[in-house]
Design a protein around this ligand. Structure first.
Ligand SMILES: Cc1cc2nc3c(=O)[nH]c(=O)nc-3n(C[C@H](O)[C@H](O)[C@H](O)COP(=O)(O)OP(=O)(O)OC[C@H]3O[C@@H](n4cnc5c(N)ncnc54)[C@H](O)[C@@H]3O)c2cc1C
Length: 295
């Protein structure tokens, strides 16, 4: 199918973009990489009268690494962030997760901020934002605001962005020293949306576990962070049996079944992938500086 007719806007600045968004309100949609929106337009699942194309907007293509966060602009493609060495050194979880996002050709166009704005429960980057206690930076014609991840995601494909608002960047918070991370998932083919996926962050100080947290893909409706530190706190990292998290995970998640997997299979995957992700993250926590490892 072909999209319904729309007016294409090509602003050059954030002010021009937000001014168009303010004028067109509910009739407008932001176009970033188009890897989710264009198929929806083609199938007429979305029929906006106005598209505000970010491609020419100046100042949205930067990745900034500070002592506190990795800030990613709205035009940064998944592939750019995946290859960004400073971002990887600061937050290995980004690359660990991005290598599961679709296929390289889609990562070359799709943006990380667009993926977060799209808020698909099967998307990796919304969950990474949650695990990193991230923030979405928003601009509109009337000002700017910041939305913490837990107030941003309202439901599947639903966020607290108003129609006249543009997400200009996201900030992924850096994890404490001694934190190792991992992202593991199962898909029918590499690059397909995951049947289930799990991200883990384990912090170790003086050889003992101080914090262990999980996040999920295709398992929960909205990005969720599950703190499983309890049974492991103070234990020697090298001797922990992470299958002890199974009950906590099984009790915390109630996945949906669909044509790809039953709810029960997804729950089983979530439990098993949690054990694997926690063990990988814990092993990497031993490396000085963070969770670097095979990304
Ligand atoms: C075959 C295929 C497989 C895929 N597999 C995966 C996968 O395994 N994992 C995964 O995570 N993703 C997957 N994707 C989606 C991909 O990651 C998309 O790039 C991403 O979801 C959307 O990013 P985008 O830049 O393309 O946004 P677009 O498609 O341009 O926009 C998506 C939505 O977000 C809104 N939006 C975008 N940017 C902004 C902004 N800055 N401010 C406000 N609103 C904004 C748009 O209005 C639209 O509603 C897949 C896509 C395809 C086509």
């Amino acid at each position: 199918m072909k999209p319904a007719p729309f007016v294409h806007h090509a602003p050059r600045t954030v002010d021009e973009a937000t001014s168009v968004l303010a004028d067109v309100g509910h009739d407008g949609k932001v176009l970033a990489g188009g890897q989710s929106l264009v198929p929806m337009l083609n199938m007429r699942l979305a029929t906006p009268a106005h598209l505000v194309d970010l491609d020419r907007v100046a100042g949205l293509d930067g990745v900034e690494v500070t002592a506190d966060h990795v800030r990613v602009g709205a035009l940064v493609r998944h592939a750019d962030l995946e290859r960004h060495e400073q971002a990887y050194a600061a937050l290995p979880l980004l690359r660990q997760a991005l290598r599961h996002v679709a296929h390289p050709v889609i990562r070359n166009r799709g943006t990380t901020v667009g993926s977060i704005a799209h808020a698909d429960a099967a998307g990796e980057m919304p969950s990474v934002l949650a695990l990193c206690d991230g923030v979405v930076e928003v601009a509109s014609a009337t000002g700017a605001r910041e939305i913490p991840w837990h107030d941003f995601f309202l439901g599947p494909l639903e966020t607290s962005l108003a129609p006249e608002e543009l997400a200009v960047a996201v900030r992924f918070g850096r994890l404490p020293a001694g934190t190792g991370t991992a992202f593991v998932e199962r898909a029918r083919r590499h690059g397909d949306y995951a049947l289930a996926g799990v991200g883990a962050a384990v912090t170790v100080a003086d050889g003992t576990v101080t914090r262990a947290r999980l996040t999920f893909v295709s398992v929960t409706d909205v990005p969720t962070v599950l703190d499983v530190t309890g049974p492991f706190a103070g234990r020697e990292q090298s001797s922990v049996d992470w299958s002890g998290a199974a009950e906590l995970v099984a009790a915390a998640v109630t996945p949906e079944g669909d044509i790809h997997a039953t709810a029960e299979y997804r729950r089983m995957l979530a439990v098993e992938l949690s054990r694997i992700a926690l063990a990988e993250a814990a092993a990497r926590s031993a490396a000085p500086g963070s969770g670097r490892g095979a990304a």
